[in-house]
Each structure stands twice: as C-alpha cells, then as structure tokens.
Design a binder for this molecule. Structure first.
Ligand code: SAM
Length: 349
C-alpha cells in the first residue's frame, strides 16, 4: 500500500482527498490538478488509476509533483544521499542572502553545499526528489513551517528553553540538522513512489498560460482561498530561491487581492472549455462567497452541485484550529464538446 509522505503543505487537501476523488464521475480517466501545491489530491487520483497532470506556479511544487506524480520508479539510493551530504559547507547564495534572515549563517552554508551537490545527481527526477526532501527538512527547522516569519521571532522560537517555558514544548526538531531530517524522511518519500501505468505529467506555470494547451476530463481547482492567509509566495518563495540560486519575483494572479478576485475567477472560468467536469474547492470564510461563485459559474452550466463538509485548517501561528465549512463545487461543462473538430478538418480534402 503506497502512502502519501509528510509534505505539510499549507491549505492541503490531504484529509479530504478521498472524499473529493469519491465524487469523480466514472467516465473520467484524466485529471488536471491546476493548483497542485503539495500534490495531496494528485497523489490520491494517481493511486486511483487516473492519468494525472499537475501544475503549480512555484518551482518547489513542480519538483514535488515531478518526484511523486510524474515519476514512476526513480528513488534516491544511499549513494545519492552520500553525494548530497559530502563536502564542506561554503559561503554561497543562501549564506549571502539569508543568513540570520531565516536560518543561522552556518546552516545557510550547509544549504549552499547541498544545493550544489543536488546538481551532481544523475537525473532530473532524482534532483526533484532531493528538492522535495530538502523542502521537508527546511520546513521542519522553521517555526510555523513557513518563510514569512521575522528573524527575531524565529530565533526566539528556536530557543528551546524559551519555547518550553512559554508553550510547554521544546520544539527541539527545529534545531536538528538538515541531514537528520533528510534521513528521517528519505525512506518514506522513496516508498511513496509508484507506477500507475499512466503518462502523468508535471507542469510549472501560471495556470492562465496553460488552459488552452492542457486537456483532461476533469480539472480540479484548488486556488489560494482569498481572504484567508494565502500568500503562497510568502510561505514558500524562499525554497524557490534556494532552488534557483537567485531571488525569484513574486507571481501575479495570486488570488490575494479581495477587490479583484471576482474578476480573476470570472477569467478563470471563461478558459475552462477543454474540461468536461470542473471540481472547485472553496470554503465559507473566503471570497467570492458561495453565491457569487454560483453566479459566475451559471454562465457556463446549469448542472452544478455543491457539497460540503467540515475541514480544519491548521494555519495560524498559534496552531489554533479553525472550523470551516469546506465546499466542493461540481460542475458539468455543458458547452464541452467531446471531439472538437479543428477548423482545418472542415475544408475539402
Ligand atoms: C490551496 S493551495 C493548493 C493545495 C493543494 N491542493 C494540496 O493539497 O497541497 C493553492 C496553490 O495554488 C498555487 N498558485 C497560486 N496562484 C497560481 C497561479 N496563478 N497559477 C498556478 N498556481 C498558482 C500556489 O502556489 C499554491 O500552491
């Protein structure tokens, strides 16, 4: 039995992935997970035998998808792990830019070494798997598991005595080494890789650039929920910087601005003609509201169902659990044509 590994992605659908996939129509064989994040939904869909196409604008999520969804068999060997952790830490990009910003200087030097070593792995898939694991280690060392916390707070929370006094938890795992966390997780990630005999593909682009070229029976939409804490570049941009060895720019079409989000959804829905079924995750504390979304969706279909259930997101710094009603909009695209005949085919041969 294959098991989705510990990814710990903010806003993930791990706990409700089965429930979502249970709703998929039986005539659907292919799925496009347009905002795949940590790939919890894609993993479940792959497990159920669908051909899965993933996309996310962040590089690190592309690598998670390349490692767990597109990849059928490549794992990291002991030799690969040795390559990643050999040599001497040095003062590179992470040291120059992120010492005492997110990690201690010595830790940044280690990250510079590991980044250089990952390049020595023999295939792109191995590199992706190494990045996915390196992400896991960076997240384990980071208070609140996201990279938008200031250094004073990070240092305070990594002080085990302070943490114990204040929260009755030492959080000693923040101070374990990258290598320790990597070794703790490598088997779990390796064991999660399986072949579902389909041609699964991982993409890495702004979704608005892909909707004309990717085609699938189902598109699953799990965009950042506007009005909640949803700045994904803020959460994980640092890992993209680590991967590219340069400062990456925040992305557009990020679903952060409450004023424009109605227009963004309208634009998104207008571009979904390649998909027979649309599945949209949203919740009751985000904008647009359920009624506003229904209004926009009604332009394309009268065959819409909304089902709901409770889902807790652990998103706040205080790790306070907030009860949410999670919606799943299920839309049958009534304008969808099974076999669209390209224009040239209508001319006389
Ligand atoms: C709610 S999360 C998806 C969580 C995912 N379903 C999971 O289970 O882990 C939303 C994702 O949308 C991505 N994203 C935001 N704007 C995007 C855009 N314009 N194009 C592609 N991806 C985008 C973010 O990087 C983030 O990973």
């Amino acid at each position: 039995m294959f098991k989705y590994p510990k990814v710990n992605y903010i806003g993930n659908k791990e706990k409700i992935a089965q429930w979502i996939c249970d709703q998929f129509p039986s005539d659907a064989n292919t799925l496009f997970d347009a905002f795949c994040g940590g790939c919890s939904l894609s993993y479940e869909a792959k497990f159920r035998g669908l051909e899965v196409y993933t996309n996310d604008i962040l590089k690190i999520n592309y690598h998670i998808a390349n490692a767990l969804i597109q990849n059928n068999s490549t794992v990291l060997s002991k030799e690969d792990v040795k390559i990643i952790f050999s040599g001497e830490p040095y003062e590179g990009f992470m040291f120059e830019n992120y010492s005492e910003v997110f990690f201690f200087a010595e830790e940044c030097k280690e990250l510079d070494l590991y980044r250089k070593n990952i390049e020595k792995l023999e295939s792109e898939t191995k590199k992706s798997l190494a990045f996915a694991l390196m992400r896991r280690t960076m997240i384990r060392k980071m208070p609140y598991s996201r990279f938008n916390i200031n250094w004073a707070k990070i240092k305070q929370l990594r002080d085990e005595e302070y943490s114990y006094e204040k929260y009755k938890r030492k959080r000693a795992y923040h101070n374990k080494t990258f290598k320790y966390h990597f070794l703790q997780n490598v088997n779990e990630y390796n064991n999660a890789i399986f072949n579902n005999s389909k041609n699964n593909i991982a993409y890495n682009d702004d979704i608005f650039n892909l909707l004309d070229s990717v085609k699938a029976d189902i598109i699953y939409l799990d965009p950042p929920y506007t009005g909640t804490m949803n700045n994904y570049f803020g959460f994980y941009g640092l890992i993209d910087d680590f991967i590219s060895g340069s400062k990456t720019a925040p992305f557009e079409n990020n679903f952060i601005d409450k004023k424009n989000v109605g227009k963004l959804f309208d634009k998104l829905f207008s571009k979904l003609s390649n998909f027979k079924y649309w599945f949209l995750s949203y919740n009751n504390s985000s904008l647009p509201t359920k009624d506003e979304l229904l209004y926009l969706l009604n332009k394309y279909s009268n065959n819409i169902q909304v089902i709901e259930r409770k889902h807790n997101y652990k998103i706040t710094g205080k790790e306070k659990k907030q009860a949410n009603k999670e919606y799943l909009f299920i839309i049958k695209n009534e304008l969808y044509q099974e076999n669209i005949i390209p224009n040239y085919a209508t001319t006389e041969l």
